[in-house]
Ligand binder design. Sequence first.
Ligand SMILES: NC(=O)c1ccc[n+]([C@@H]2O[C@H](COP(=O)([O-])OP(=O)(O)OC[C@H]3O[C@@H](n4cnc5c(N)ncnc54)[C@H](O)[C@@H]3O)[C@@H](O)[C@H]2O)c1
Length: 431
Amino acid sequence: MENLNDARKEINAIDREMAALWIKRMEAVKAVVEYKKANGIPVLDTAREAALLESNLGQIPENLRDFYIEFQRGVVGVSKMYQREVLGNPDDMITLNLGDRTYNILVRRGCLKSASEFMDLDRRVLVVTDDGVPPEYAKTVASQCKLPEIVTLPQGERTKSFESYRELLLKMLELGFTRRDCVVAVGGGVIGDLAGFAAASYMRGIDFYNVPTTTLSQIDSSIGGKVAIDLCGYKNTVGAFWQPKFVLIDPDVLKTLDSRQLSAGLAEAVKMSLCFDRELFEMFETGAAEHNIDEIIRRSLKIKKQVVEKDETENGLRRVLNFGHTIGHGVETAEEGRLIHGECVALGMLPMCSDDVRKRLMNVLSSLNLPTKITADRDKVKTAMTHDKKSEGKAVTVVKVDIPGEYRLEKISYNDLNSLLDSYLTNIQEA
Ligand SMILES: NC(=O)c1ccc[n+]([C@@H]2O[C@H](COP(=O)([O-])OP(=O)(O)OC[C@H]3O[C@@H](n4cnc5c(N)ncnc54)[C@H](O)[C@@H]3O)[C@@H](O)[C@H]2O)c1
């Protein structure tokens, strides 16, 4: 027992010395970060990190080297966290404040290459992507991970399935993922929703990072924590609220996205602008938006951030984001895959606007090559609408816009919703 006490005393004394040394180290780090700040040098310096490790490894006994590497990684990780805190958030970083689930969203061209500067990839990482996303995006992220595994699934909504979900969980199990490992989604809303749900449920939840690569996911779906898969054709039936640890948005990846997908995602930004941001709507009207995709992404994310901060789990305000979705979902189902989600949201907004706003919205939609006329079978749309999971009994809360930038919620019966659609289709659309 005496020996144990002696050993503990020695450890305590060493820890005291290490604490004093650690404080000195952090002071030195501060000097470095101030220099980096003054000279615009990024926090991450992988060459320096590797050299640091190498220079000390020689004096470490062989049997301790792996442990030392882990120790040094921890020291460097904490140092980077501190450097970022001293530097403060750059202008292109948005913080979504949700108490202990708070996270940052970076919108910066080219940031894919410096993912590890913002995300802790120094562990096992499941990088999930699909075969429509250029493979170099997932590879760029994987190249910055300690132990990466890329899983590439077939593209399309059908991948948001129980089977793909199971595949991801089994892959993590097979690779020995623990609660300390993480999942990174590199793709559109399908991959984000699926990978996020796998992260939310594996071992009761592990870290999740989102690297969205479509306009829809960069503007909307990557933040807010809604993750889900579809079940028997019903969208988002099984899911969770699971916030990512960080969202990394590189608008450069949109250059490979086809123009139809690009426009469909922009419909979600038009939706946000109509409800909350008149200036953004006017940017769409004047065509200024076309050359300012970064600005559209940032403004849309700031709107969504404010809504999610007030209503994380969609008990009230967050329903506003469903503007255009009630009729939109009806159209989407009735079109049986001929139209994609954003196109249907675009159409779903039209009956919910005042005459003046509708006219202006139609011009915006045309300029974005989005559809402006509902051509789906009216009865099919109505039947599909009544299956909308947002319905409460026989009524549904819809969002209406009379003036750009302002919305109102209205609870109406399904009968009245059907009549609203009828009168829109008969009087306005066919005029
Ligand atoms: N979680 C949320 O809050 C939320 C919100 C809105 C929508 N969603 C979900 O998002 C999904 C739709 O997302 P989406 O519109 O991004 O579709 P998607 O994920 O299917 O991506 C569209 C297509 O683009 C391809 N692609 C992705 N990035 C690319 C790139 N950079 N270059 C070239 N091709 C690329 C994909 O392979 C796919 O074929 C739906 O399942 C919807 O339910 C979720």
